[in-house]
Design a protein around this ligand. Structure first.
Ligand SMILES: [Zn+2]
Length: 248
């Protein structure tokens, strides 16, 4: 027998994620930090291999597996749109794709809601290889302006310090988004030190809502439509897009 697919967790031929690795991922709790950032997995062992797999091999199939796991474990419901914290342009170009976007699209497909690019990097580059102090400052983002009180699910692949998701969330809130729920596939062991096991979904959501600068409420259909219509226009570039919010 010849298998073209290898398990992203253990490299055994067969499925993109074998039963044993799936079981191993299910054994650790998901985590949430005090600002409401959630992570479905601890970035170690099998989970680390799987998230690396998302970055470097079998990426579509693994993104679907990880997205399914995130949606199930983080119990994210009733969001209007899914977006992602974009990787620095140079990194994404080198790799040929942005793994955070890949994950966000798979999560959106699971939730059956639209996935839209709402964020652009202003500067700050990649977080990898920077000192902890530099990483704590984080990158900065600009967001498309939003006129509705949308409920946005913001996705990233790995939480290292939380600075990336925090900066991205802030840009979205300043651009007029109603509520931002932050979810990552995994958190590094050092990030986990300032997180606690997420026992219940309500605690995480309530925590996010309490740190938002806007009162969350259900968006009107027209508000959601406005954003989705404008954001689906093609070829909107950060340098020339008049609809982008000045987040700073
Ligand atoms: Zn496996």
């Amino acid at each position: 027998m010849f298998f073209a697919t290898l398990c992203a967790g253990c490299n055994q031929p067969g499925e993109s994620l074998c039963h044993r690795c799936r079981f191993s991922l299910a054994a650790t709790p998901s985590h949430v930090d005090e600002s409401g950032i959630m992570a479905a997995l601890a970035f170690e062992g099998v989970a680390r291999q799987v998230v690396h797999g998302l970055k470097y091999r079998n990426r579509r199939a693994v993104a679907r597996e990880v997205a399914r796991l995130m949606v199930r474990r983080l119990r994210v419901r009733s969001v209007d749109v899914v977006t992602w914290a974009p990787t620095s342009g140079a990194r994404a170009r080198r790799r040929g794709y942005d793994q955070a976007e890949l994950l966000a699209r798979a999560v959106a497909a699971e939730l059956k809601v639209p996935c839209r690019r709402l964020l652009y990097r202003s500067h700050g580059g990649s977080q990898t290889g920077h000192s902890r102090a530099e990483r704590l400052r984080g990158p900065s983002f600009r967001a498309r302006s939003s006129h509705g009180r949308l409920r946005v699910l913001l996705i990233d692949d790995v939480v290292t310090t939380g600075a990336t998701l925090t900066a991205a969330r802030e840009a979205l809130l300043q651009a007029g988004v109603g509520t931002v729920i932050c979810a990552a596939a995994a958190a590094t062991p050092s990030a986990l030190q300032s997180m606690r096991p997420a026992r219940r979904r309500t605690a995480a959501i309530a925590s996010v809502a309490s740190t938002s600068t806007h009162t969350p409420r259900i968006p009107t259909p027209s508000a959601a439509e406005t954003l989705l219509t404008t954001s689906s226009r093609k070829a909107v570039r950060p340098a020339s897009a008049p609809s982008l919010a000045r987040a700073s």
